[in-house]
Design a protein around this ligand. Sequence first.
Ligand code: UGA
Length: 428
Amino acid sequence: MNPARIVVVGTGYVGLTTGACLASLGHQVTCADVDRVKVARLSAGRVDIVEPGLPELVRRGLADETLAFVVSAADAVANADAVFLCVPTPMGAGGAADLRAVEEVVTEIADRLPSGCAVVTKSTVPVGTTRRISALLGRPDVPVVSNPEFLREGTAVDDFLGPDRIVVGSDTPEAARAVVDLYAALGAPSVVTDAASAELVKYAANCFLAMKLSYVNSVAELCDRFGADIASVTEGMGYDRRIGRSFLAPGPGWGGSCLPKDTSALLRMSESVGFGFDLLGAAIAENLAQRERVISKIARAVGGDLSGARIGLLGLTFKAGTNDLRDSPALGVASVLCAHGAEVTAYDPAVAEEQPGMLVVDSAYRAAKGADAVVVLTEWPEFRRLDWHVMAEAMHGDTVLDTRNLLDPGTVLDAGLSWQGIGRPRVV
Ligand code: UGA
């Protein structure tokens, strides 16, 4: 089945990226979404999420007629070779993944799938879900395949078209191989395995990344206490190929729509089979502790009392390059500051909407106006290019707290301000 007729259900950043990229590889792709307004906008080439390269790919697919958007998944699947499930699996009761959206789609399409069509789960689903979907479908002639995605928001198109690996698992090996074949043009290494192992790869990878970050944030705290510099420590660690250089930047904690939900879900899954995954539990607890430490640093920077303090925040999204605020550590810090009575003014290049309890403005200089301290929470490159003399003039106090170690401390110092990072010596 190459090129194949593919239906992608769900047009979030994973579904839309998957659909547009598969179309660019020569497949005939139909993306289905229950949101009529979104389908109409996408059909007109309008992409509302911030994802570099995606609007161009969508428009190219529409122009080539290799990509289409529809409301009804049930109608679309009737001629498909493969159906990719890319619907949300948010954190549900008690930290487990909520599978209702997946189950609804499966029930809706079950009778409409042609014989031999593969149902492929891209949504992050608990181990065992592929087999559960098979049971729910009740169609022995329809193989179910797990094909987890490893797309980062903000670089999803590049990650899709230049993957480190393709992971595909199924209890029907020939169906797994047919799905790997869909990606043949990418020339990436592939891991073909059983359904449960493929499902676990996704959680094991995301949770490892979260643990790596909790570890590095803890080491940064040690640097603060010993007077060492995390930049040198991670540089020295990163040359070791077994550790690697990436994912070693400390920050206000890890967030977003994936790592928090996947760490909680794996912890729950482990408990369900009688294994207390203490290492993972500690990584989650450490992430909350990191946020608390950042808030304490901000409190100290304004003389100990947050109540009535004026704080200018730079960045609200969970990382740079996205407009996603879900589980954003920056937003978490902001709301605690507000709850303690601080007057918070925030600027984020990708956020224009009001946020509860704070004032959202349209420039960093406005956010700095009258601030006792300015706090960098998201690593947007434009913050590096700010004129710190103008920032200093706007500010009331003189402290810049850079939780992403993003700025050049010397430039901030030249403007008569003091700079404090995470795990780095303070520059005054
Ligand atoms: C993450 C994974 O990186 C992807 O491989 C995976 O496909 C995706 O989840 C998913 O499951 O769909 P994403 O949520 O887009 O991707 O975000 P990351 O780039 O991984 O960043 C996660 C958090 O870690 C952010 O809050 C970021 O600011 C923080 N981070 C990342 C750091 O604090 N330091 C770093 O060095 C790297």
